[in-house]
Design a protein around this ligand. Structure first.
Ligand code: GUN
Ligand code: ZN
Length: 437
């Protein structure tokens, strides 16, 4: 593959910024250069320095005055729910039964799986997201379609077959044994193929029998480097039903704990109403709580206490995510805008540097992929997003008064969406400008 040299304002994070003046947490180059070779970042720094190493034969793409950041990362989304977004008037359990489960039955059809997988990853790219952790449907074909499409694009994704053997329509139920067998087959076929990573994916405690959660635990013991993703403590009725179904568990988190499902690669969607004991259990095991603000607001689920979880003595690891299609946007910019408002309702403010750290390096750390994604460090895979802070008239007007980087980031987050994503590189190749080509 030929090398390319990107020029623009480059921004990446070394650690979580403490506040919006903590520029030591960032590496920002006003006239930056990134040398990409064989799908990886080969060099990063000032344009002058990097150009000097690049050699005459490299292709050059000048993105000035745009901002070049690591590709954004979405830690939780449901690709089969593209046609569920904007379903009116229900809270979680009714929403699942009325809209989501009927929609997911369509994924018994492989051609439908392939079409939606393609359109879903198109949307990710359009919105500047280069890595996503995805729930497929209960059908093995949905996982094959999703990984097939991601692999063809060389996108780093984490995904798995939803396991669900009760409290769902017959057409969407597997069994503990079939879920185990299908998952093993999919792991053998896809985990570590190119950039694909498998996640054991029991939907949530309500739709899995104890026998099925036992199987999920057995899979995690057999393949300890896999991710595990599920939902936890999203909604009051859900929490009550989970406790009723597992009466001997101390609380909702304990249900998963009993089956060996907590750990450093365990991703728990929502975690809104955790008790202190549950938060301690997640923190002690290194499990990740995934904040999905647009979904939590849309479904009326509650306000995730991002600041408190990150500040308590036993800190929680936190990721952020769209949760499409409970979530209402594919954009991590829109997600953090809504996240800011949720945090404001909790009486706190999230600073823009921390926000951009979260959707890049922070989410990469939470997903344990920071060695290859979420930064612009040399050696990382070249997943890159180019942002245009003047993409719309409203943004251009607001930018007239901006003097600091943190202010610009806040404008991008508050007013930006897919229009602010000027280009995306996946494993070093332009992916947005070539979408509709
Ligand atoms: N809990 C179990 N399944 C789902 C789902 O598909 N979306 C959300 N938001 N919560 C869930
Ligand atoms: Zn979800």
């Amino acid at each position: 593959m030929t090398a390319i040299l990107l020029r623009g304002r480059t921004l990446t994070f070394r650690r979580r910024p403490q506040d919006q003046h903590d520029l030591a947490a960032c590496r920002y180059e006003e006239d930056g250069g990134l040398l990409i070779r064989d799908g990886r970042i080969a060099a990063a720094g000032s344009h002058g320095e990097v150009a000097a190493q690049a050699g005459a034969e490299v292709g050059r793409i000048d993105h000035r005055p745009h901002l070049i950041i690591p590709g954004m990362i979405d830690a939780h989304a449901h690709f089969p729910q593209m046609q569920v977004i904007a379903s009116h008037g229900a809270e979680l359990l009714d929403w699942l039964e009325t809209y989501t489960f009927p929609e997911e039955t369509k994924f018994s059809e492989p051609a439908h799986c392939r079409r939606i997988a393609r359109l879903f990853l198109d949307e990710m790219i359009r919105h500047g997201t280069t890595t996503v952790a995805v729930y497929c449907s209960v059908h093995k074909a949905s996982v094959e379609a999703f990984f097939g499409e991601a692999h063809a694009r060389d996108m780093l994704t984490i995904a798995g077959k939803v396991m669900m053997d009760r409290n769902a329509p017959g057409a969407l139920r597997d069994t503990p044994q079939s879920a185990y067998d299908d998952t093993r087959t999919l792991i053998a076929e896809w985990h570590g193929k190119g950039r694909q990573l498998y996640a054991v994916t029991p939907r949530f405690a309500i739709t899995s029998s104890p026998e099925q959660l036992e199987m999920a635990g057995a899979l995690m013991r057999a393949f300890p480097d896999l991710h595990m993703q599920t939902h936890l403590s999203e909604n009051a009725a859900e929490i009550a039903l989970a406790q009723e179904l597992f009466p001997s568990a101390r609380d909702y988190a304990d249900i998963y704990d009993r089956f060996g499902l907590l750990g450093g690669k365990a991703l728990f969607g929502h975690c809104i109403h955790l008790s202190e004991r549950e938060a301690d259990a997640l923190a002690e095991s290194g499990s990740v709580a995934v904040f999905c603000p647009t979904s939590n607001l849309f479904l009326g689920s509650g306000l995730f206490d991002y600041q408190r979880y990150g500040r308590r003595a036993k800190k929680l690891r936190i990721a952020t995510a769209t949760d499409v299609g409970g979530g209402t946007s594919y954009s991590m910019l829109r997600t953090m805008d809504e996240g800011y408002k949720v945090i404001a309702l909790n009486g706190e403010k999230l600073d823009p540097l921390a926000s951009f750290w979260q959707i890049t390096r922070g989410n990469a750390e939470a997903l344990s992929i920071v060695d290859r994604a979420g930064t612009l460090e040399p050696g990382s895979d070249a997943d890159i997003t180019v942002l245009d802070s003047g993409a719309t008239q409203a943004m251009r007007l607001r930018m007239e008064t901006v003097t600091r980087l943190a202010e610009e980031l806040f404008v991008l987050q508050t007013l930006g969406d897919d229009r602010a994503v000027a280009e995306v590189y996946v494993a070093g190749r332009p992916a947005k400008s070539t979408l509709d080509a």
